[in-house]
Design a protein around this ligand. Structure first.
Ligand code: ARG
Length: 461
């Protein structure tokens, strides 16, 4: 093991499969930039405590810049003994600037504080990108809601027609879930954005490096206050996996709605060709594959959360190699979530709605609650009016009418003497919607107030 960074005490060679099993470079090389930034900040800090001269630091940073370029241009040559991104970069630095100086870089540092730092730096960038993607999705939902505020549709509970609502109100319900996700993201980012660097292998840094200064140089908000925890903590990974899972859950539920609404039986929505595919056998088919994948991939992110929780649960204090298993699920889950948010944005911004079909799906029985409310306004207790309205629905059904609105005045009076001719005013979908005007309701003013709140939120970002 003479070529290994840690080879001093080893005499035998590593089993070839073990080497493959142990190497994380194939997937952790994406963190090359973070690794280089971390090493720059760390060497600046060790120079201040006399480990490196000013010239040596300059030389190290020069070498690191060359390495960053090599990774960027795809010219970095990976070697057999490059275990992970940390050892690969250090090996290459020795080749560029000579081992005499490069050999001082890792003084007082461990891959344990190094990898934790790289991960936090790397995901911090990813999460900032995802945040702007999420904002784009929110924007699409809110601007459609604004443009299509006149469109009415059935609202469902138990997938049964329940009460008329504005299509905008439904769009804004998704946006409200996602706005919570946005807030959650900012909250967890504050915990991600703390510096483990200078924690050493586990016990702290023996050269008195200024951890606060390192944190500042790397744009961290603060320093993790306990070195054992700093190297052993992967709660930020769990939080990110949970966040991904929850966002994916929200997108999945939206997708489920839209899949149903785009079936011929509903016909409310039509997906654009850009987000649909055909059938290899049935020429007439247009499948909503985008929505189905959005729904399906939510299972994958949740699996990654559950899997990593299991990995973490019995890891003893500080660093154990189990923790290397944080990377693949987290990187994959971030890509899945990022792509899904962007696909959802594309789907929603391009789908066509069929206003007529939505309107036609409104049926008068959906106003049975409004009929009950009508008598409430005349002073009848709701439990009684609920019953009376139910009788009207039943009678209309018995008489094979299209709905309760077709009952005659005499028939209404036969059910209850407190009906008067103004009962006919109840049977208007828009009126029903407009009555629901308290905060969070589906009336025009209540929906506009929601849109207004979103626009204020967007202005903050
Ligand atoms: N590749 C390792 C990881 O991703 C780096 C840390 C290794 N540290 C150690 N003590 N073996 O977790």
């Amino acid at each position: 093991a003479e070529n290994k960074l840690w080879g001093g005490r080893f005499t035998g060679a590593i089993d070839p499969l073990m080497q493959l099993y142990n190497d994380s470079l194939p997937y952790d090389k994406v963190m090359y930039q973070a690794d280089i930034e971390g090493t720059k900040a760390y060497t600046s800090a060790t120079a201040k405590v006399g480990i490196l001269t000013a010239d040596e630091v300059k030389e190290i940073h020069r070498g690191l810049d060359i390495i960053a370029d090599e990774w960027k241009n795809g010219t970095f040559e990976i070697q057999k003994n490059d275990e992970d991104i940390h050892t690969a970069n250090e090996r290459r630095l020795g080749e560029i600037i000579g081992k005499d100086i490069a050999g001082k870089v890792h003084t007082g540092r461990s891959r344990n504080d190094q990898v934790a730092t790289d991960m936090r730096l790397y995901v911090r960038d990813q999460l900032h990108e995802i945040r702007s993607q999420l904002l784009a999705l929110l924007n699409v939902l809110v601007s459609r809601a604004k443009n299509e505020i006149d469109v009415l549709m059935p609202g469902y509970t138990h997938l049964q027609r329940a009460q008329p609502i504005r299509w905008s109100h439904l769009l804004l319900s998704y946006a409200t879930y996602l706005a919570d996700d946005l807030q959650r993201l900012d909250e967890l980012l504050a915990r991600v954005n703390r510096s483990p660097l200078g924690a050493g292998a586990l016990a702290g840094n023996a050269f008195g490096v200024d951890r606060e200064q390192i944190a500042k140089d790397l744009g961290f908000q603060s320093v993790l206050p306990n070195s054992l925890m700093a190297v052993g903590d992967r709660d930020f990974v769990v939080e990110i996996l949970f966040w991904d899972s929850l966002v994916m859950n929200h997108i999945s539920r939206l997708s489920e709605d839209f899949i149903i609404y785009s079936s011929a039986e509903f016909g409310f929505l039509k997906l654009s060709d850009a987000y649909s595919t055909g059938s290899s056998l049935m020429p007439q088919k247009k499948n909503s594959d985008s929505l189905e994948l959005l729904r399906g991939k939510s299972g994958r992110t949740f699996g990654q959360l559950a899997g990593f929780m299991m990995t973490l649960k019995a890891v003893p204090s500080t660093y154990d190699k189990d923790l290397q298993e944080d990377k693949e699920p987290m990187f994959d889950s971030l890509v899945t979530t990022s792509h899904s948010i962007q696909i959802a944005t594309g789907v929603i911004s391009t789908l066509e709605i069929n206003q007529k079909k939505m309107q036609q799906a409104l049926t008068m029985d959906m106003l049975a609650t409004d009929l009950a409310d009508y008598l409430v306004r005349k002073g009848v207790p709701f439990r009684e009016t609920h019953h009376i309205s139910g009788e009207a629905v039943r009678l209309a059904e018995e008489l094979n009418l299209e709905g309760i609105h077709q009952l005659t005045m005499d028939q209404f009076l036969g059910i209850d003497s407190r009906f008067s001719p103004d009962v006919m005013d109840v049977f208007d979908f828009e009126e029903s919607i407009e009555r629901r005007c308290s905060t969070g309701g589906t009336s025009r003013s209540a929906v506009l107030a929601q849109i207004d709140a979103f626009e204020k939120l967007f202005a903050k970002y």
